[in-house]
Design a protein around this ligand. Structure first.
Ligand code: GAR
Length: 190
């Protein structure tokens, strides 16, 4: 089975969905560790309660992106990680990790890319007044949400949609979609 690390910055509901899919037998990968750039993020509690090794760091404790990515890389190597799965990791991946994992970093983004890249994709979609948005799973390159698209799902935006309601719909889709696409991409069919 392929060894993956999950990178997250926030609540980690996608992390949990991936863990649950592995436990339920629908996703055949080894989750070797969690990487989190926000001490205090709820994903750390989830990692702990799932008995998952984790590396937590603060960018401000390092001189540069290269420095903290080198620290991450050391951890990834020590856990034999082959693929990086971003699940709400709110930082651009730099050359250190891109060079070590070419075509082996996957991201999920809460919009139909190339629309609404970057931060607050849900707020951007609502502000633009579009009546559809969605979820994109893509390979990561050096740009901001610009890498080759793997799969997308469309989500309707209703007339009285709020940020919270759209966030909820997006999460509901993501929690099924991400594990299923990861299985197609990385999963062993034992
Ligand atoms: C997810 O909706 C994910 O698509 C988004 O962050 C959320 C994390 O939720 N990612 C991005 O915006 C990346 N640019 P979670 O912490 O509950 O999994």
């Amino acid at each position: 089975m392929k060894n993956i690390a999950i990178f997250a910055s926030g609540s980690g509901s996608n992390f949990q969905a991936i863990v649950d899919a592995v436990k339920a037998g629908g996703l055949h990968v080894n989750i070797k560790m969690v990487v989190c750039d926000r001490p205090g993020a709820f994903v750390i509690e989830r990692a702990k309660s799932n008995g998952m090794p984790h590396f937590i760091f603060s960018a401000k404790d390092y001189d540069s992106k290269e420095a903290f990515e080198c620290a991450i890389l050391k951890q990834l190597r020590s856990h034999d990680v082959e693929y990086i799965v971003l699940a709400g990791y709110m930082r651009l991946i730099g050359p250190t990790l891109l060079t070590e994992f070419p075509g082996r970093i996957i991201n999920i983004h809460p919009s139909l890319l190339p629309s609404f890249p970057g931060k607050d994709a849900i707020g951007q979609a609502l502000a633009a007044g579009v009546n559809v948005s969605g979820v994109t799973i893509h390979f990561v390159d050096e740009g901001m949400d610009t890498g080759p698209i793997i799969a997308q799902q469309i989500i309707d935006i209703d007339e009285h949609e709020t940020k919270e309601s759209l966030q909820g719909k997006i999460h509901q889709v993501e929690h099924q979609f991400y594990p299923a696409e990861l299985q197609k991409l990385l999963g062993d069919y034992a």
